[in-house]
Ligand binder design. Structure first.
Ligand code: PHB
Ligand code: FE
Length: 338
Protein backbone atom coordinates (compact mmCIF):
# COMPACT_ATOMS: atom_id res chain seq x y z
CA UNK A 1 0.00 0.00 0.00
CA UNK A 2 1.27 3.47 -0.76
CA UNK A 3 0.25 6.88 0.40
CA UNK A 4 0.93 10.15 -1.35
CA UNK A 5 2.67 12.79 0.70
CA UNK A 6 3.24 16.42 -0.04
CA UNK A 7 6.78 17.21 1.04
CA UNK A 8 6.31 20.98 0.94
CA UNK A 9 3.52 23.14 2.32
CA UNK A 10 0.36 21.79 0.61
CA UNK A 11 -0.91 25.35 0.24
CA UNK A 12 2.02 26.20 -1.97
CA UNK A 13 1.73 25.71 -5.69
CA UNK A 14 5.25 24.32 -5.91
CA UNK A 15 4.48 21.52 -3.43
CA UNK A 16 6.11 18.32 -4.63
CA UNK A 17 4.22 15.07 -4.90
CA UNK A 18 6.23 12.00 -4.04
CA UNK A 19 4.66 8.59 -3.71
CA UNK A 20 5.93 7.25 -0.41
CA UNK A 21 5.47 3.60 0.49
CA UNK A 22 4.63 2.12 3.88
CA UNK A 23 7.68 0.76 5.76
CA UNK A 24 8.73 -2.50 4.06
CA UNK A 25 10.47 -5.65 5.36
CA UNK A 26 13.50 -3.93 6.89
CA UNK A 27 11.58 -0.87 8.05
CA UNK A 28 12.43 1.48 5.18
CA UNK A 29 9.93 3.31 2.99
CA UNK A 30 10.07 3.37 -0.81
CA UNK A 31 9.86 6.55 -2.88
CA UNK A 32 8.56 7.23 -6.38
CA UNK A 33 9.11 10.24 -8.59
CA UNK A 34 7.79 9.94 -12.13
CA UNK A 35 8.46 6.41 -13.34
CA UNK A 36 11.50 5.90 -11.07
CA UNK A 37 11.05 3.91 -7.87
CA UNK A 38 13.65 3.67 -5.09
CA UNK A 39 13.56 1.08 -2.31
CA UNK A 40 16.20 -0.28 0.03
CA UNK A 41 16.95 -3.39 2.01
CA UNK A 42 19.81 -4.05 4.41
CA UNK A 43 22.55 -3.83 1.78
CA UNK A 44 21.27 -2.35 -1.47
CA UNK A 45 19.16 0.35 -3.04
CA UNK A 46 16.92 -1.05 -5.76
CA UNK A 47 16.09 1.43 -8.51
CA UNK A 48 13.36 0.45 -10.97
CA UNK A 49 11.97 2.13 -14.10
CA UNK A 50 9.59 0.87 -16.79
CA UNK A 51 12.27 -0.90 -18.87
CA UNK A 52 14.74 -2.04 -16.24
CA UNK A 53 16.05 -2.22 -12.70
CA UNK A 54 19.37 -1.82 -10.91
CA UNK A 55 20.97 -2.56 -7.54
CA UNK A 56 23.67 -0.40 -5.95
CA UNK A 57 25.50 -0.85 -2.64
CA UNK A 58 23.58 1.32 -0.16
CA UNK A 59 26.64 3.16 1.24
CA UNK A 60 27.69 4.28 -2.23
CA UNK A 61 24.14 5.41 -3.00
CA UNK A 62 23.60 7.35 0.23
CA UNK A 63 27.01 9.03 0.14
CA UNK A 64 26.45 10.31 -3.40
CA UNK A 65 22.81 11.21 -2.72
CA UNK A 66 23.68 13.41 0.27
CA UNK A 67 26.63 15.15 -1.37
CA UNK A 68 24.75 15.72 -4.62
CA UNK A 69 21.84 17.25 -2.72
CA UNK A 70 24.24 19.51 -0.75
CA UNK A 71 25.92 20.68 -3.93
CA UNK A 72 22.67 21.49 -5.74
CA UNK A 73 23.37 18.66 -8.21
CA UNK A 74 26.91 19.96 -8.95
CA UNK A 75 27.97 20.81 -12.53
CA UNK A 76 26.79 18.62 -15.37
CA UNK A 77 26.59 14.88 -14.77
CA UNK A 78 26.80 13.03 -11.47
CA UNK A 79 27.25 9.32 -12.12
CA UNK A 80 26.32 7.37 -8.98
CA UNK A 81 27.81 4.39 -10.82
CA UNK A 82 27.93 3.23 -14.47
CA UNK A 83 24.13 3.06 -14.67
CA UNK A 84 22.29 5.63 -12.54
CA UNK A 85 22.84 9.37 -12.20
CA UNK A 86 21.70 12.95 -12.59
CA UNK A 87 22.30 15.67 -15.16
CA UNK A 88 22.04 19.25 -13.94
CA UNK A 89 20.08 21.38 -16.39
CA UNK A 90 20.19 24.28 -13.93
CA UNK A 91 16.56 24.64 -12.85
CA UNK A 92 15.70 21.13 -13.95
CA UNK A 93 17.35 17.80 -13.24
CA UNK A 94 17.47 14.83 -15.57
CA UNK A 95 17.38 11.52 -13.70
CA UNK A 96 18.82 8.78 -15.89
CA UNK A 97 19.33 5.03 -15.77
CA UNK A 98 21.39 3.29 -18.44
CA UNK A 99 21.42 6.34 -20.73
CA UNK A 100 25.25 6.44 -20.69
CA UNK A 101 25.71 2.66 -20.66
CA UNK A 102 25.99 1.23 -24.20
CA UNK A 103 24.69 -2.19 -23.06
CA UNK A 104 21.53 -0.67 -21.57
CA UNK A 105 21.00 1.56 -24.60
CA UNK A 106 21.42 -1.38 -27.02
CA UNK A 107 19.01 -3.50 -24.99
CA UNK A 108 16.36 -0.74 -24.94
CA UNK A 109 16.65 -0.64 -21.14
CA UNK A 110 17.75 3.01 -20.78
CA UNK A 111 15.36 5.57 -19.31
CA UNK A 112 15.58 9.23 -18.34
CA UNK A 113 13.19 11.83 -17.04
CA UNK A 114 13.47 15.57 -16.54
CA UNK A 115 12.02 16.91 -13.29
CA UNK A 116 12.15 20.30 -11.60
CA UNK A 117 15.15 20.79 -9.32
CA UNK A 118 12.74 21.22 -6.38
CA UNK A 119 11.26 17.77 -7.09
CA UNK A 120 14.66 16.11 -7.34
CA UNK A 121 15.74 17.85 -4.14
CA UNK A 122 12.55 16.76 -2.32
CA UNK A 123 13.10 13.16 -3.46
CA UNK A 124 16.73 13.09 -2.28
CA UNK A 125 15.89 14.74 1.05
CA UNK A 126 13.03 12.32 1.71
CA UNK A 127 15.24 9.31 0.95
CA UNK A 128 18.15 10.60 3.08
CA UNK A 129 15.83 11.36 5.98
CA UNK A 130 14.30 7.86 5.97
CA UNK A 131 17.35 5.78 5.02
CA UNK A 132 20.29 7.29 6.93
CA UNK A 133 20.37 5.78 10.42
CA UNK A 134 22.00 7.01 13.59
CA UNK A 135 25.61 5.81 13.63
CA UNK A 136 26.19 6.33 9.92
CA UNK A 137 27.61 9.62 8.62
CA UNK A 138 27.69 9.67 4.81
CA UNK A 139 29.85 12.82 4.81
CA UNK A 140 32.68 11.26 6.86
CA UNK A 141 35.77 9.48 5.54
CA UNK A 142 35.17 5.74 5.06
CA UNK A 143 37.10 4.75 8.20
CA UNK A 144 35.01 7.06 10.36
CA UNK A 145 31.60 6.92 8.66
CA UNK A 146 30.06 4.01 10.58
CA UNK A 147 27.90 1.46 8.81
CA UNK A 148 25.12 2.21 6.32
CA UNK A 149 23.93 -1.42 6.43
CA UNK A 150 21.18 -3.21 8.30
CA UNK A 151 17.55 -2.64 9.21
CA UNK A 152 16.07 0.75 9.99
CA UNK A 153 17.38 2.26 13.21
CA UNK A 154 17.01 5.57 15.01
CA UNK A 155 17.10 8.73 12.88
CA UNK A 156 20.55 10.10 12.03
CA UNK A 157 22.06 12.81 14.17
CA UNK A 158 24.86 13.66 11.69
CA UNK A 159 24.72 17.02 9.96
CA UNK A 160 24.15 16.10 6.34
CA UNK A 161 24.84 19.55 4.92
CA UNK A 162 28.10 20.42 6.62
CA UNK A 163 30.94 21.26 4.29
CA UNK A 164 28.67 23.03 1.83
CA UNK A 165 29.74 26.57 2.62
CA UNK A 166 28.31 29.81 1.29
CA UNK A 167 29.88 31.26 -1.87
CA UNK A 168 31.89 34.43 -1.18
CA UNK A 169 30.75 37.58 -2.94
CA UNK A 170 34.35 38.53 -3.74
CA UNK A 171 36.84 36.73 -1.58
CA UNK A 172 36.92 34.56 1.45
CA UNK A 173 37.74 36.44 4.65
CA UNK A 174 37.06 39.96 3.32
CA UNK A 175 35.16 42.03 5.83
CA UNK A 176 31.46 41.23 5.52
CA UNK A 177 32.17 38.22 3.29
CA UNK A 178 32.28 34.47 4.09
CA UNK A 179 34.80 33.88 6.92
CA UNK A 180 37.88 31.65 6.60
CA UNK A 181 37.82 28.50 8.72
CA UNK A 182 39.52 28.95 12.08
CA UNK A 183 40.54 27.29 15.32
CA UNK A 184 38.27 29.77 17.12
CA UNK A 185 35.28 28.35 15.23
CA UNK A 186 36.24 24.85 16.36
CA UNK A 187 37.64 23.90 12.93
CA UNK A 188 40.83 21.94 13.58
CA UNK A 189 43.65 21.24 11.14
CA UNK A 190 43.27 17.74 9.71
CA UNK A 191 46.00 15.35 10.89
CA UNK A 192 47.23 14.92 7.29
CA UNK A 193 48.18 18.61 7.12
CA UNK A 194 49.89 18.89 10.51
CA UNK A 195 53.24 19.49 8.72
CA UNK A 196 52.07 22.51 6.69
CA UNK A 197 53.28 26.01 7.47
CA UNK A 198 50.02 27.83 8.21
CA UNK A 199 51.17 31.35 8.96
CA UNK A 200 48.96 34.34 8.18
CA UNK A 201 50.08 36.74 5.42
CA UNK A 202 50.99 40.27 6.39
CA UNK A 203 49.21 42.97 4.34
CA UNK A 204 50.94 46.38 4.14
CA UNK A 205 48.81 48.69 1.96
CA UNK A 206 50.13 52.00 0.66
CA UNK A 207 48.24 55.01 2.03
CA UNK A 208 44.85 55.24 0.32
CA UNK A 209 44.57 51.48 -0.24
CA UNK A 210 43.65 50.53 3.32
CA UNK A 211 40.77 48.06 3.44
CA UNK A 212 41.11 47.37 -0.29
CA UNK A 213 43.90 44.81 -0.18
CA UNK A 214 43.32 41.42 1.31
CA UNK A 215 45.17 38.13 1.65
CA UNK A 216 44.52 34.85 3.43
CA UNK A 217 46.36 31.60 3.83
CA UNK A 218 44.06 29.43 1.71
CA UNK A 219 46.04 26.34 2.74
CA UNK A 220 44.98 27.02 6.32
CA UNK A 221 41.34 27.26 5.23
CA UNK A 222 41.46 23.95 3.38
CA UNK A 223 43.53 22.19 6.06
CA UNK A 224 40.59 22.83 8.42
CA UNK A 225 37.90 21.34 6.17
CA UNK A 226 36.37 18.25 7.74
CA UNK A 227 35.00 16.93 4.45
CA UNK A 228 36.73 15.78 1.28
CA UNK A 229 35.89 16.16 -2.43
CA UNK A 230 33.63 19.14 -1.73
CA UNK A 231 35.20 22.11 -3.57
CA UNK A 232 34.57 25.33 -1.64
CA UNK A 233 34.74 28.65 -3.43
CA UNK A 234 37.63 30.84 -2.26
CA UNK A 235 37.38 33.70 -4.78
CA UNK A 236 35.13 34.98 -7.54
CA UNK A 237 36.25 37.16 -10.46
CA UNK A 238 33.32 37.90 -12.74
CA UNK A 239 32.38 34.46 -14.19
CA UNK A 240 35.53 32.73 -13.02
CA UNK A 241 35.38 30.92 -9.70
CA UNK A 242 38.31 29.43 -7.85
CA UNK A 243 37.58 26.48 -5.60
CA UNK A 244 39.82 24.57 -3.23
CA UNK A 245 39.21 21.24 -1.62
CA UNK A 246 40.87 18.50 0.33
CA UNK A 247 40.73 15.07 -1.30
CA UNK A 248 41.14 11.73 0.43
CA UNK A 249 40.39 8.14 -0.56
CA UNK A 250 38.26 8.31 -3.72
CA UNK A 251 35.75 10.69 -5.28
CA UNK A 252 32.60 8.63 -4.85
CA UNK A 253 30.81 10.15 -7.81
CA UNK A 254 32.12 9.88 -11.33
CA UNK A 255 31.80 13.42 -12.59
CA UNK A 256 30.71 14.13 -16.16
CA UNK A 257 31.94 17.60 -17.13
CA UNK A 258 29.66 20.01 -18.98
CA UNK A 259 32.59 22.46 -19.50
CA UNK A 260 36.37 22.17 -19.19
CA UNK A 261 37.70 22.34 -15.65
CA UNK A 262 41.21 23.54 -14.79
CA UNK A 263 42.94 21.61 -12.01
CA UNK A 264 46.08 22.76 -10.17
CA UNK A 265 47.52 20.19 -7.80
CA UNK A 266 48.58 21.96 -4.60
CA UNK A 267 49.84 19.18 -2.34
CA UNK A 268 50.39 15.42 -2.43
CA UNK A 269 49.04 13.32 -5.30
CA UNK A 270 45.75 12.59 -7.08
CA UNK A 271 45.17 9.95 -9.74
CA UNK A 272 42.32 10.57 -12.18
CA UNK A 273 40.62 7.92 -14.31
CA UNK A 274 39.31 9.62 -17.44
CA UNK A 275 36.62 8.02 -19.61
CA UNK A 276 34.42 8.98 -22.54
CA UNK A 277 31.31 10.67 -21.14
CA UNK A 278 28.80 8.97 -23.44
CA UNK A 279 30.10 5.40 -23.28
CA UNK A 280 32.33 5.18 -20.20
CA UNK A 281 35.16 3.78 -22.39
CA UNK A 282 38.51 4.53 -20.69
CA UNK A 283 40.51 7.39 -22.31
CA UNK A 284 43.43 7.58 -19.92
CA UNK A 285 44.81 8.17 -16.48
CA UNK A 286 46.29 11.43 -15.20
CA UNK A 287 48.57 11.41 -12.15
CA UNK A 288 48.92 14.91 -10.69
CA UNK A 289 51.66 16.00 -8.28
CA UNK A 290 52.19 19.43 -6.67
CA UNK A 291 52.41 22.15 -9.33
CA UNK A 292 50.85 20.02 -12.09
CA UNK A 293 48.10 21.71 -14.11
CA UNK A 294 45.44 19.93 -16.15
CA UNK A 295 42.47 21.04 -18.21
CA UNK A 296 39.83 18.33 -17.91
CA UNK A 297 37.83 18.39 -21.17
CA UNK A 298 34.10 19.01 -21.48
CA UNK A 299 33.34 15.59 -23.03
CA UNK A 300 34.70 13.27 -20.37
CA UNK A 301 33.70 11.67 -17.09
CA UNK A 302 36.36 11.38 -14.40
CA UNK A 303 36.95 9.89 -10.99
CA UNK A 304 39.75 10.87 -8.61
CA UNK A 305 41.81 8.87 -6.12
CA UNK A 306 43.93 10.42 -3.37
CA UNK A 307 46.11 7.91 -1.48
CA UNK A 308 46.84 10.61 1.14
CA UNK A 309 44.67 13.66 1.92
CA UNK A 310 45.66 16.18 -0.79
CA UNK A 311 44.75 19.74 -1.77
CA UNK A 312 43.41 20.61 -5.20
CA UNK A 313 42.52 23.95 -6.77
CA UNK A 314 39.78 23.93 -9.41
CA UNK A 315 38.86 26.84 -11.68
CA UNK A 316 35.34 26.78 -13.12
CA UNK A 317 33.99 29.03 -15.85
CA UNK A 318 30.45 30.05 -14.88
CA UNK A 319 29.65 31.95 -18.11
CA UNK A 320 25.96 31.34 -18.71
CA UNK A 321 25.08 29.26 -21.75
CA UNK A 322 28.47 27.52 -21.75
CA UNK A 323 27.18 23.94 -21.27
CA UNK A 324 24.91 24.34 -24.31
CA UNK A 325 27.82 25.58 -26.49
CA UNK A 326 29.83 22.45 -25.59
CA UNK A 327 26.81 20.14 -25.93
CA UNK A 328 26.10 21.52 -29.41
CA UNK A 329 29.76 21.19 -30.47
CA UNK A 330 30.10 24.96 -30.98
CA UNK A 331 33.20 24.97 -28.78
CA UNK A 332 35.92 22.28 -28.85
CA UNK A 333 35.76 20.14 -25.69
CA UNK A 334 39.37 20.91 -24.73
CA UNK A 335 40.73 24.45 -24.30
CA UNK A 336 44.26 23.74 -25.59
CA UNK A 337 45.56 22.15 -28.83
CA UNK A 338 48.95 20.40 -28.63
C1 PHB B 1 35.41 17.11 -10.33
O1 PHB B 1 34.71 16.17 -10.66
O2 PHB B 1 35.79 17.88 -11.20
C2 PHB B 1 35.77 17.32 -8.91
C3 PHB B 1 34.91 16.87 -7.95
C4 PHB B 1 35.24 17.05 -6.61
C5 PHB B 1 36.42 17.66 -6.27
C6 PHB B 1 37.27 18.11 -7.26
C7 PHB B 1 36.94 17.95 -8.59
O3 PHB B 1 36.74 17.82 -5.00
FE1 FE C 1 34.80 17.33 -12.96
Amino acid sequence: MTETLLTADPAREDAVRLVVGEPAEFGYRSFELGAFRFSRDEYFVRITWPTGSHLMEIGQFLHVLVRTMGQDFFFGWVFFDDVFGTLNRYGQIELFAGTYSPAHRDAGAAHSEIVDSTEAHALFLAIATDWVNEGYDPMAEPGEAGSPFGPKGAPSTASLNRGFTAIPQRMLGLEGDVPVRSEAAGQHVNRAFADLDLDVPEVLPEPGFEGRLHAINAFDHIARSDVSWIPSVVSVTKDSITCMSSEEDRLRITHGNDRPEWFIQLTDEIHWDIADKESGAPCGRVVMRPGDVAAMPADIRHKGYAPKRAMLLVIENMTSGLPELYAEGKLPPHPVEF
